[in-house]
Structures are given as C-alpha cells and as structure tokens.
Design a protein around this ligand. Structure first.
Ligand SMILES: [Zn+2]
Length: 58
C-alpha cells in the first residue's frame, strides 16, 4: 500500500485517549467485534473497533 493511499484513509482512534492507531479503514468499512489494545503512552485501553458506513462509533 502506498503512503498516499494510507493518508487518504481513515484511522481508528482510541476512545480513551484519542491516540490514532495504525489501523486503517475505507469509506465503506463495516466492523464489529474486533478488539484492539491502545498503543498510546500511559493508555492501556482495550477497546472494540466498531465501524459503520466508514465511520468509527466510539
Ligand atoms: Zn488510548
């Protein structure tokens, strides 16, 4: 995947600290039940990535 493509994509954000995770999704993305551990400093949140119509539900 090229960098330009990455930059035009949305990224999953931690609902606790707002850290942008290295997880990318497209406008048409749908997702639930995917658990992710936040990599933010001093944040150890473990949250579910919920995407609907390409938008993250926090
Ligand atoms: Zn976090």
């Amino acid at each position: 995947m090229k960098i330009e493509v990455k930059n035009s994509m949305h990224r999953v954000q931690c609902p606790e600290c707002g850290y942008t995770m290295p997880i990318f999704f497209k406008e048409s993305a749908e997702c639930k039940g995917v658990m992710v551990a936040c990599k933010g400093r001093n944040c150890h949140a473990f949250f579910e990535v919920k995407l609907k119509n390409g938008k993250q539900i926090k």
